[in-house]
Write a protein that binds this ligand. Structure first.
Ligand code: ADP
Length: 192
């Protein structure tokens, strides 16, 4: 297994921009790399409704977590689109996995719901740091720029509505295109 990446090694957007006073920018980060390496309270898995593993980030998470994860997932009874369910992290450096099901194709309400449901699960379990992949932007075919806007706006609104419920939210980007999109949304013309 590759070395874990501690949260303390991931700067917030506020720190990157040298900006103080924005609770939103002080809570969020953009991290480029493999979500399975992040030592956060919970990583979010872009699962499907069966929640039994699959390709893309789902496959990577199951490989890194080991067979205990699939065994627990078998007991979840599936998960509806737009919802999320919690498991332990097993062999991952993250303590938990939040399995969220995004929509197939561009359905903004269901994508926003998947982000909100994940944060609700984290809050209700007392988890303080959460890392998201770009849900639905792989085989589920959501246009990545539209998906990023939904992700950022939804997380921002949730943090406003749930002050101090979660300390840190990491947007984990894995490819050039997503990296450019999140940089342009948050680092070049930050919403504060
Ligand atoms: P979905 O079925 O929700 O579209 P995918 O796993 O196909 O899920 O893709 C979602 C996103 O996860 C894509 O942007 C893809 O590049 C990204 N991804 C794939 N592997 C990883 C990983 N190990 N860490 C973080 N993101 C990843």
């Amino acid at each position: 297994m590759q070395a874990a990446v501690e949260l303390s090694a991931i700067p917030t957007v506020a720190a990157q921009l040298g900006r103080v006073g924005s609770r939103f920018l002080e809570a969020i980060s953009v991290y480029r790399g493999d979500i399975t390496r992040l030592a956060v309270d919970a990583i979010v898995n872009a699962a499907d409704t069966a929640v039994l593993g699959g390709g893309g980030v789902d496959g990577a998470i199951h490989r890194a977590a080991g067979p205990g994860l699939l065994a627990e997932c078998r007991g979840l009874g599936g998960c509806a689109t737009g919802q999320a369910k919690l498991t332990a992290g097993y062999g991952l450096p993250a303590r938990h996995v939040i399995h969220a099901v995004g929509p197939v194709g561009e359905q903004p309400e269901l994508l926003a719901s998947a982000y909100r449901a994940s944060l609700n699960v984290a809050r209700d379990a007392g988890l303080r740091s959460v890392a998201f992949p770009c849900i639905s932007t792989g085989v589920f075919g959501y246009p990545p720029d539209a998906a990023a806007s939904v992700a950022v706006n939804t997380v921002r609104a949730w943090l406003d509505a749930n002050p101090a419920a979660v300390d840190r939210v990491v947007f984990c980007v894995f490819n050039d295109r997503s990296a450019r999109i999140y940089a342009s949304l948050l680092l070049h013309s930050p919403q504060n």
